[in-house]
Design a protein around this ligand. Structure first.
Ligand code: SF4
Ligand code: SF4
Length: 403
């Protein structure tokens, strides 16, 4: 709290504050509360304030004191009242989810068969269970873009091995993402290799304040990935952002911290990889002269902090049949981050639907992103809006050509 200048720069950019107008929901308000010992970890007000954060990082990006607000919020969540027992925030989320089943429609994006598949096969330790809030039984169908596989020329070159971290979403939920990454990489001369023993990246556990569980995931991934050398391709923005900060999980453990930092140094984000390798003017045979109107949603993890903003657009721009759409006032958060959609479903729905209305007014043919959480939120958004606009991962879009 002592380092907060109380300047209010964080208020203007906070998506939650824009909806609620409550000072307590700004970074300034949260930091103030977090540092009052007699309030810390106690009471409904504490729960309310620290559940209402997207962990988007917009505040830290403008903070003149460089305060890591997400870290403050995660630490506060770890201190949720002991009445919930261990991992109090996760139990708080479960209680919230059961109280708001109508707004927790994440499984609607999967369809009933997909939901049953996830229930049976998604590992209990996967952070996706938290993200999906597996309490909702009502499910719908996913609109499908009429696409066919792109005919990248297969020159039969020997492929260079490249380690791939697909993340839970591409591994279990939307395997077309992983398939598309394999296909794109093969066309560019790389054979993706997924090491044995990978775990969930652990971001959902950390977002819930469960640092010990997040460390457990990190150790498993470090052990699996340190068997190899060279770059590690990551296709999920959330996973990538979290893997980049693995070292922070082991502040008091020099051995694991150095292992974590060694892993982070090898990471290669998918859109950066594609920006480096995709040839210009690909897929000119597609679309019969009509450009496909694409809205790219840039995940908060990339817009703030990591600043991976241009690369996905450059990769999309390689295809002359794609027309990139932009919002007049710039990109906005989709309302899914940091388990916010469970902790504050009403506000998440307002943020989601407000953004969706603006984007759908641009008349896109397809919406794309690289974050599994954002993709799920967008699929729900278009369904709630009664739209049939497909939502595809960047790899899926770039490995296909519209008929
Ligand atoms: S921007 Fe930073 S210094 Fe200013 S009020 Fe917010 S947290 Fe405090
Ligand atoms: S991380 Fe995002 S939602 Fe949370 S306080 Fe900062 S700007 Fe607001």
């Amino acid at each position: 709290m002592n380092s907060c200048a109380k300047c209010g720069a964080c208020s203007v950019v906070c998506p939650v504050y824009r909806v609620t107008g409550q000072e307590a929901h700004t970074a300034r308000g949260k930091i103030h509360l977090a540092h009052i010992p007699e309030l810390h970890g106690k009471g409904v007000m504490f729960e309310d304030i620290f559940s209402k954060c997207l962990l988007c990082g917009a505040c830290s990006a403008v903070c003149p004191r460089g305060i890591d607000v997400c870290r403050e919020v995660v630490d506060a969540r770890a201190a949720f009242p002991s009445i919930y027992g261990a991992h109090g925030y996760e139990k708080f989320l479960a209680r919230k989810a059961l109280a708001h089943p109508e707004t927790l429609s994440a499984l609607r994006v999967l369809g009933r068969v997909g939901a049953e598949f996830v229930s049976r096969y998604l590992p209990a330790e996967s952070g996706l269970r938290l993200r999906l809030a597996l309490f909702q039984q009502e499910v719908g169908a996913i609109p499908v873009l009429p696409v066919q596989k792109n005919a990248f020329p297969d020159d039969s070159r020997p492929k260079e091995a490249l380690t791939y971290f697909p993340g839970c979403a591409a591994h279990y939920l939307f395997p077309d993402i992983a398939t598309s990454c394999h296909s794109l990489a093969a066309d560019l001369g790389y054979a993706l290799h997924v090491p044995e023993g990978l775990s969930c990246c652990g971001l959902a556990a950390l977002s819930a304040g469960d640092r010990r569980e997040a460390q457990r995931h990190a150790r498993k991934n470090i052990i699996a990935l340190e068997q190899g050398t060279g770059p590690i391709l990551v296709s999920c923005a959330s996973c990538y952002a979290h893997l980049r900060r693995y070292g922070d999980l082991f502040a008091d453990d020099q051995l694991w911290r150095s292992k974590a930092e060694a892993l982070s140094a090898r990471l290669l984000e998918l859109s950066c990889f594609l920006d480096q390798h995709l040839p210009p003017g690909l897929a000119k045979q597609a679309a019969g002269g009509k450009k496909v109107r694409v809205y790219y949603h840039d995940p908060c993890h990339f817009r703030y902090g990591l600043r991976i903003i241009e690369e996905p657009c450059h990769a999309l721009g390689r295809n002359p049949d794609l027309e990139l759409l932009e919002l007049p006032d710039g990109p906005e958060c989709c309302g899914q981050g940091g388990l916010f959609h469970i902790g504050a479903p009403d506000i998440a729905a307002v943020i989601r639907d407000t953004l969706a209305a603006k984007v759908l007014a641009l008349a896109p043919d397809v919406i794309t992103s690289t974050c599994s959480g954002c993709l799920m939120q967008w699929r729900l958004a278009v369904e709630v809006a009664g739209s049939r606009v497909p939502v595809l991962h960047l790899a899926e879009l770039l490995s296909t050509v519209t008929k």
